[in-house]
Design a protein around this ligand. Structure first.
Ligand SMILES: [Zn+2]
Length: 100
């Protein structure tokens, strides 16, 4: 076991980010990346929570789907990024891992 080992299993961020339903229709995938919510705005500072990628708290179509499971912020606080992917439908049905 070296330090080079890629520990994908330990990172819950790798999948379960977007909605599988929305992914099938178009070739565009919208991802929500770094959280940009300024937690120190009320005191005149600037501090983000360091969340790297939006991860839905619940299933698509529910209110929880708009909240980040990692930092708890609304999805709109996360930087929006549109990707055009022709073929990336590999992990459609692995939706069970994100919940606690
Ligand atoms: Zn956040």
């Amino acid at each position: 076991m070296g330090p080079q080992q890629d520990r994908l299993a330990a990172k819950p961020y790798t999948n379960g980010t977007a909605a599988p339903a929305a992914r099938r229709k178009e070739n565009k995938v919208v991802r929500y990346k770094e959280c940009q919510r300024n937690h120190a705005a009320s005191i005149g500072g600037h501090a983000v929570d360091g969340c790297r990628e939006f991860m839905a708290s619940g299933a698509e179509g529910t209110a929880a789907a708009l909240l980040c499971a990692a930092c708890g912020c609304h999805r709109s606080f996360h930087r929006r990024e549109v990707e055009a992917t022709a073929e990336c439908d590999c992990s459609s049905d692995t939706s069970s891992g994100a919940r606690r």
